[in-house]
Design a protein. Structure first.
Length: 544
């Protein structure tokens, strides 16, 4: 617990929160938490306050907490550290806003405007910067780390508390309204106490997938296009004459549902389930955005000159929707509404819902349709509508596609090599009576030889060991995903405990046995990424 007792009663308003002052937020949250403790576990108050005051002088005082109160003491300490994190984030954000308001966006260290300004000051040309951005891709990866066990319910409460602090930053509230906001904060802190901070049981893979998707639903879907807009604003600021484009260079990856080396409960079926959930979330988010466009863009063809290119695109979409006449009749002359209704129907079909529409073959088709509408709005003078409402939706389609995040498939090299040995025991390579030792020179040569064969026989799955059959079933899921509406649904094949190049080649060879495309017909080839996890393996990496 903190070393400072609250100086205000729990519901006394601290006034408008200063831009970079942590004290009012600290005192407010500490006071509210203390009020909850007084109500829920009153016997704990004197111990926590005494411990807090004396903590700097005598760490042993924490031991004076009675045994019966140690569990709630741990609980309130955990809640307090979470509240501290929320407070620090809130104060840091206010500080950044203050710096930008006082000195402009370049004053915020590490911001796009600061970095692009430094690039421009260094003499980098607009052409070179545009080329660098066009080839760049930033791909954060989400993992379900065992130390991150917070429930989605708790994360939602944390978000409400943060938003409550944001609401208190303004002075527009009456005393009655401010008291209501602070009371809502106390209610959420009380809910943290009553809900429990951590799961008592290990979450299932399905729960971990829902946990990962929570961050997309609550933040990433909406905020990621704003990141690209911030980059675009920085480029306009520092290269005003060059019109350097800001590409949608963010792409997300995840290990949740694909990390079978880190979680023994991840199977081929759970990976298939994960891919379905990520795909469904992205498509339904895009469909929801298009439905919003239907309600929003009520432009009549009688009020503007609709570009011929847009009319042509609309005709194609209505035909692909399977119900073009009905859509046109329902929204007469409202060509943009017709357009987005038709897109929504196609997205429903892509999601596997009942629809007469033709599904989208890939996200690029959808991006082209959204871009056509965006350009049409620009041409009729609705630039702000195009930039502020439709462009973010188009960026979502570019960034998240029909997958939300690319699911990386992680497996241990020993499993890969045992599976390959099992297949070769059933289908002995020509001229081999006894298989060489794994990762020997002869093993490496054999893997390379078999990988170079034009065709490989199909193993009898029923004759494989359970482990090998599961490994091949996982590669089947990879193959299915690559043939789906977004080939980027599967990311890389991560090979943990890689010891040599032969391990990597063995994974590629298993892919061949599972029927994965080899790239000769233009289809996407899987990428195997090694994890070198011992000092010896790191040292031998260059020689391997």
């Amino acid at each position: 617990m903190p070393s400072v007792a609250p100086t205000r009663p729990p519901f006394e308003a601290p006034g408008v929160l200063a831009d970079d002052d942590f004290t009012p937020v600290f005192e407010l949250l500490f006071g509210l938490l203390a009020d909850v403790v007084r109500r829920r576990e009153p016997g704990l108050i004197k111990h926590l306050f005494e411990t807090g005051r004396d903590q700097g002088r005598n760490q042993g005082r924490a031991g004076t907490i009675p045994d019966a109160l140690r569990v709630p003491a741990l609980q309130v300490t955990g809640i307090w550290f979470q509240l501290l994190g929320i407070a620090e984030e809130n104060v840091a954000q206010r500080s950044r806003r203050h710096m930008e308001s006082a000195g402009g966006p370049d004053q915020v260290a590490g911001s796009f405007s600061d970095v692009v300004g430094s690039v421009a000051a260094a003499g980098v040309s607009a052409e070179d910067l545009a080329a660098a951005l066009a080839s760049a891709e930033v791909s954060p990866t989400l993992t379900a780390h065992p130390t991150e066990a917070k429930r989605v319910t708790v994360l939602e409460i944390h978000r409400r508390i943060y938003r409550g602090l944001v609401a208190l930053e303004t002075d527009r509230w009456t005393p009655r309204e401010r008291e209501a906001l602070i009371r809502a904060l106390r209610t959420d802190i009380d809910l943290l106490w009553l809900t429990g901070e951590l799961r008592l049981e290990k979450p299932t893979v399905e729960q971990e997938i829902a946990w990962g998707l929570h961050f997309f639903h609550e933040t990433l879907y909406e905020q990621t296009p704003r990141v690209i807009d911030a980059l675009a604003a920085a480029l306009r600021r520092h290269y005003p004459e060059a019109a350097v484009p800001a590409p949608a260079l963010l792409r997300f990856s995840t290990w949740i549902g694909g990390d079978r080396d880190g979680n023994p409960f991840v199977t081929a079926d759970t990976t298939r389930f994960a891919l379905t959930e990520y795909r469904r979330a992205a498509i339904r988010r895009l469909a929801s955005g298009c439905t919003e466009m239907v309600a929003l863009i009520s432009i009549s063809a009688n009020a503007v000159n609709v570009p011929d290119a847009f009319r042509s695109a609309l005709a194609g979409l209505l035909a692909a929707s399977g119900q073009g006449a009905e859509i046109a009749r329902r929204n007469p002359d409202e060509v943009f509404r017709q357009y987005f209704v038709a897109i929504t129907e196609r997205l429903k079909a892509t999601d596997g819902q009942e629809s007469a529409a033709r599904p989208y073959a890939n996200p690029d088709e959808l991006v082209r349709d959204l871009l056509a509408a965006e350009r049409a709005l620009m041409m009729i003078g609705a630039e702000d509508l195009a930039r502020t409402r439709l462009r973010p939706l188009r960026l979502e389609a570019e960034i998240f596609g029909f997958r939300t995040a690319s699911l990386d498939i992680r497996q241990n090299s020993s499993v890969v090599n045992r599976t390959l040995s099992d297949i070769w025991a059933q289908l002995p390579p020509d001229g081999i009576e006894t298989l060489p030792e794994v990762n020997s020179r002869d093993w490496h040569a054999l893997v390379c030889r078999e990988l170079a064969r034009a065709e490989l026989p199909a193993p009898d799955r029923a004759a494989l060991t359970a482990e090998a059959a599961e490994m091949m079933a996982t590669l089947d899921v990879v193959r299915e995903a690559q043939g789906g509406p977004d080939p980027r649904g599967v990311g890389a094949l991560i090979l943990s405990m890689t010891t040599s190049a032969a391990d990597l080649l063995a994974f590629y060879l298993l892919g061949r046995y599972a029927g994965l495309p080899d790239g000769e017909d233009g289809r996407r080839v899987v990428t195997v990424i090694p994890l070198l996890e011992t000092i010896d393996d790191l040292g031998n990496a260059r020689r391997s």
